[in-house]
Design a protein. Structure first.
Length: 118
């Protein structure tokens, strides 16, 4: 089991920045991959960025060059630094963890709201 708790969401003006944090209940070294997803009203949940074993990074085209995913393995934290925010980035952002010890399992946080508006 992995419990995930997100924080850092809020209201920001277009062009502004936010940093989301995801605290995992166990060592990130024991987790195959961690990711940030988002879901806007009426839309499906979509991958924003992920970091997998070997520190491979992957980003959605819509956030490349603006968002950065990183981790602090000593603190079991994963971050999403979001710069140059746009109104279309408004969504609930979810932290995700994938483990592969006894089959592939997905774990989700409760989500944090990000609203980009003037």
């Amino acid at each position: 089991q992995v419990q995930l708790v997100e924080s850092g969401g809020g209201l920001v003006q277009p062009g502004g920045s936010l940093r989301l944090s995801c605290a995992a209940s166990r060592s990130i070294f024991s987790i195959y991959a961690m990711a940030w997803y988002r879901q806007a009203p009426g839309n499906q949940r979509e991958l924003v960025a992920n970091i997998s074993s070997g520190s491979r990074l992957n980003y959605a085209d819509s956030v490349k060059g603006r968002f950065t995913i990183s981790s602090d393995n000593a603190k079991n934290l994963v971050y999403l630094q979001m710069n140059s925010l746009k109104p279309e980035d408004t969504a609930v952002y979810y932290c995700n963890a994938v483990t592969v010890g006894t089959g592939v399992r997905n774990f989700w946080g409760q989500g944090t709201q990000v609203t980009v508006s003037a």
